[in-house]
Design a protein around this ligand. Structure first.
Ligand code: ADP
Ligand code: MG
Length: 373
C-alpha cells in the first residue's frame, strides 16, 4: 500500500491546483472535493470526489480518504466543514470560515475587536438602506453579505441612484460601506501553524480593474513604516481570529496614511501568486506544509515581482500567441486548464521577477500585450 499522504481540498479551481503542485513537491498529493468534473485541481492529481458541498454521504467518505482538509474558498456550507472537522483536521477551522464567509459577521468581528474598518451599516430592507445612506452618505458601496467574490454582488451608489433598484440587484442582508478614495490597496498574507508559529509575506500592493484583481506588486510602493504597520495589523488579526492555515488580510491605505481592513480570506489568495517565484516558500507550499504537519518554510522575498492576471476577456477578440513567451526574461506563465475563456474568468497569470518592481511591471505588461495582440 502507498504511504503517500493525501490532503483533501474543498474546491478545485486554480488555488487548489497550485496547492496540489506544491504538495506533490513535498511527496504528498491532493484529493479534491467539488461539484465540477475535470477541474483545474483534478487535472493535477487525478483524485476527485465530484459532488455537491451538501452531499453529506460523499463528504463522510471523503473524510475517510484524506489526512487533513484545506479550503480554497469560503463559500462552503458551515455544516460541511463541521462534519469534516469532526473526522480530520481542517484548515481553516469551521469557526474562522463561518466569520469570513459573511461580510456582516466579518466586519462586526473586526470592528468589535477594535480593528480599523471602513465605516459601514447593516441593510436588511429598503427602509434600512435609506437609514444606512443617511448615516454613511455618498458615494458608498452596497455589498451582499454572503457569496460575493471578484466584485460580484456589489454596487456603487451615488445621489442619483434609485435605492429600490440597487437593492433588488444586491439581495439583503447587505452592508453599505463608505466608498473610500484610497491611495492604494494592500494585502498581507499570514501563515500560522498548529504550534502558533507565524510568518508573513509582503505587503503586496494590489490594483483592481472592475473590482477584480488585475495587478499585484511586491514590495508594495509604501514607506517602511506603513509596511510595518500593515504587517503588524495583519498578524494581530490572524492571532485574534486564531486562524491556523493562511489568512489574507486585504487593506485600504488612505491618503492620510490610515490603514483600514477591507476583508479577510482564510485561504491562498490571488495576490499571493507571486510568492511562487519571488519567495523562498510560496503561500501554496506553506499551506501544504501546515496541513501535512511539517515545519513552515522561510517567507523572505527573494526578488521584486509583479503578477498580472489573465482574465477570459483577453481571449474574446484574439487567440493568444504563446510563442512570444520567453522564460529567459524571467516572466513565468501559469495557465489553469480552464476550457472556456469567459469574461471575468481567471484563466491564468504571469509573474515577472526583476531587480525593481518597475522593470518587473514593464516586462509582465509587455508580455501580456504581446501574447494577446
Ligand atoms: P470581493 O469579495 O469581491 O473581493 P471586496 O470588498 O474586496 O470584494 O471588493 C472588491 C474591490 O472593490 C476592492 O478590492 C476595491 O478595489 C473595491 N472596493 C470595495 N469596497 C470599496 C470601498 N468601500 N471603497 C472603495 N473601493 C472599494
Ligand atoms: Mg476582495
Amino acid at each position: 500500500m502507498s504511504d503517500t499522504k493525501v490532503l483533501g481540498c474543498l474546491g478545485s479551481g486554480q488555488l487548489g491546483r497550485m496547492v496540489a503542485i506544491a504538495a506533490k513537491k513535498l511527496g504528498a498529493t491532493v484529493h479534491f472535493f467539488s461539484p465540477e468534473a475535470g477541474s483545474p485541481g483534478e487535472q493535477i492529481t487525478g483524485l476527485a470526489t465530484v459532488a455537491a458541498y451538501d452531499d453529506f454521504g460523499a463528504l463522510s467518505q471523503f473524510a475517510s480518504q484524506v489526512s487533513a482538509v484545506v479550503c480554497e474558498f469560503e463559500n462552503v456550507p458551515s455544516q460541511a466543514l463541521e462534519l469534516l472537522a469532526s473526522r480530520v483536521r481542517v484548515f481553516p477551522a469551521p469557526r474562522v470560515l463561518h466569520i469570513c464567509q459573511h461580510r456582516l459577521r466579518e466586519k462586526t468581528f473586526l470592528s468589535e475587536s477594535g480593528f480599523p474598518v471602513v465605516p459601514f451599516a447593516t441593510v436588511d430592507d429598503l427602509a434600512g438602506l435609506r437609514r444606512a445612506v443617511n448615516s454613511i452618505g455618498f458615494p458608498s458601496v452596497l455589498k451582499t453579505a454572503g457569496f460575493g467574490y471578484d466584485g460580484k454582488g456589489q454596487r456603487k451608489l451615488g445621489p442619483a441612484d434609485d435605492l429600490a433598484s440597487a437593492l433588488s440587484n444586491t439581495p439583503p442582508p447587505c452592508v453599505l460601506e463608505q466608498f473610500l478614495d484610497f491611495q492604494l490597496e494592500l494585502s498581507v498574507i499570514v501563515a500560522r501553524d498548529t504550534t502558533g508559529d507565524i510568518r508573513t509575506w509582503g505587503p503586496i500592493e494590489n490594483v483592481h480593474r472592475n473590482h477584480i484583481l488585475d495587478t499585484s506588486i511586491c514590495p508594495a510602493r509604501i514607506s517602511a513604516e506603513t509596511a510595518r504597520a500593515a504587517t503588524d495589523l495583519a498578524m494581530r488579526v490572524a492571532r485574534h481570529i486564531d486562524v491556523v492555515g493562511l489568512l489574507c488580510v486585504e487593506m485600504f491605505l488612505e491618503r492620510n496614511g490610515t490603514i483600514r481592513v477591507n476583508e479577510l480570506a482564510p485561504r491562498p489568495h490571488n495576490s499571493g501568486h507571486l510568492t511562487i517565484e519571488a519567495s523562498r516558500t510560496s503561500q501554496f507550499e506553506q499551506l501544504a506544509r501546515i496541513a501535512l504537519g511539517m515545519p513552515m518554510g522561510p517567507t523572505e522575498m527573494t526578488s521584486p515581482s509583479v503578477m498580472l492576471n489573465l482574465l477570459g476577456d483577453l481571449w474574446q477578440n484574439t487567440s493568444p500567441d504563446w510563442s512570444v513567451v520567453d522564460t529567459k526574461k524571467n516572466c513565468h506563465l501559469h495557465l489553469y486548464g480552464k476550457a472556456i475563456p469567459k469574461p471575468g474568468r481567471k484563466m491564468g497569470h504571469l509573474t515577472a521577477i526583476a531587480p525593481t518592481v518597475d522593470e518587473a511591471y514593464t516586462q509582465a505588461s509587455t508580455l501580456r500585450k504581446n501574447i494577446f495582440g
